[in-house]
Design a protein around this ligand. Structure first.
Ligand code: ATP
Length: 325
């Protein structure tokens, strides 16, 4: 095992609140252990274009509380090619980078896994995504902030829904995962939740509306994007058709879910896994993601971390049903 001297750090894929706290933790930990740190701008795109620069402790001053990522992020089609990855490796070598910390989601780790197999480059990943759709960690960096942003928004929607006796369909992010919709649906007191994992059954929602309280016309339905039953407009159309008496409105929360100052939980998570990533690289870990399982640091091979079949706790769906009566 060769000794690591210079760690490169990058953020990639969709941004999430807490990525800055993670970058800060990686940079400060590397410096603490006497290592050099190289920042890579815009993920794999910057790696291929050679957008690398030395970082010191001041580079990460006053960023722990800031949303977004000071290193910027991007998606790179070129990194999916052999030539693109070769160019990336040459740039890393030119800057004497001999290990990497990748902050991102499943796509980022898929790229890291392939790169780590092709080249002798130890890589440890940090789970940076609002979607919480990675195995090997109870929570991803950004998820807690995102769900708090969602419930703040839905609380406001409830006020106006109540005043006007309206039914709102609120669409939230999650790519192919309903974890944001599920948790925020419970926290916001939604009447129903539609998520891809439970094979969206609109018929069940219709039945719920039929047998639900007739005196309460204001209702919230939480919908995860990319579900089988269609988007918020399609579901709104079908509800309108079946229940013409409901005054139905659509609210798509969109990119506000990605921004904002990270919550305390996300900052602490990012700091813990950031420190563990550098210490892990020094101890010989590679091709693994570091997360928290039952509040303990855990390393999980990229292959297992990016498995897409995250189990939904059936109790959560039951809770929605019981509490919406
Ligand atoms: P999020 O889940 O928040 O969107 P992500 O990391 O999953 O984040 P992606 O856009 O899926 O975001 O992936 C980020 C980048 O990882 C891609 O733009 C690409 O450069 C790289 N990547 C993804 N899949 C591969 C692959 N099969 N081979 C090489 N690189 C890949």
């Amino acid at each position: 095992m060769t000794q690591i001297k210079n760690i490169g750090v990058y953020t990639s894929g969709g941004d999430s609140p807490g990525m800055n706290a993670a970058i800060r933790a990686v940079v400060r930990t590397a410096i603490y252990y006497g290592l050099d740190v190289t920042g890579i701008r815009r993920g794999y795109d910057g790696m291929i274009k050679g957008d690398l620069f030395p970082m010191d402790r001041q580079s990460v001053s006053n960023i722990i509380q800031r949303g977004g990522t000071i290193l910027k992020t991007a998606r790179s089609e070129q990194f999916k090619t052999v030539e693109g990855r070769k160019q990336a490796f040459e740039n890393l070598k030119a800057h004497k980078v001999d290990a990497l910390v990748a902050i991102g989601g499943d796509g980022t780790f898929t790229g890291a896994k392939i790169f780590g197999q092709e080249y002798d480059m130890p890589i440890v990943g940090l789970p940076g995504t609002i979607d919480n759709d990675l195995c090997g960690t109870d929570f991803t960096i950004g998820y807690d902030t995102a769900i708090n942003t969602v419930i703040q928004a839905v609380d406001k929607i409830r006020d106006t829904a109540e005043s006007h006796d309206r039914l709102f369909i609120v669409e939230v992010m999650g790519r192919d995962s309903g974890l944001i919709a599920l948790r925020t649906g419970i926290a916001a007191g939604a009447e129903a939740i539609l998520i891809p994992e439970s094979k969206t059954d609109l018929q069940a929602v219709f039945e719920k509306l039929e047998r639900g309280r007739k005196d309460k016309k204001s209702k919230i339905i939480m919908l995860a994007e990319n579900g089988e039953a269609g988007d918020a407009f399609e579901i709104g159309r079908q509800i309108k058709e079946k229940f013409p008496n409901y005054d139905t409105r659509i609210s798509i929360l969109g990119h506000i879910q990605r921004g904002g100052s990270p919550s305390c939980m996300d900052r602490v998570l990012a700091s813990r896994v950031g420190v563990a990533a550098v210490e892990g690289l020094m101890a010989g870990h590679r091709n693994e993601m570091v997360g928290l399982i039952h509040n303990e640091i855990a390393f999980t091979p990229f292959d297992n971390a990016i498995k897409r079949n995250i189990d939904i706790n059936p109790d959560f769906l039951k809770i929605v049903d019981i509490l919406a009566t």
